[in-house]
Design a protein around this ligand. Sequence first.
Ligand SMILES: [Zn+2]
Length: 85
Amino acid sequence: MTNLRELLEILACPQCKGPLSLADQSTVQALRPQWVEKWQKQADSQSAPSGELEGGFICTACQLFYPVVDGIPDFVLDDALALQK
Ligand SMILES: [Zn+2]
């Protein structure tokens, strides 16, 4: 995850331009079912990921989780998951 930590220093939330934090693995595990369900609803989508959800970035201001799939961060707002408290 070293590369993600380096990325963290140059990345900002695409919505609010605020700082991001790296999601811990328990958060990633908790959001995985939500992430899978989101993509299953778009089963006809050509952009459905074939990889594994391996991490993510969190914007605490927006309460959004930006997934990292196979080492590739996805900062498309439509792909972000809402954090549940
Ligand atoms: Zn934000």
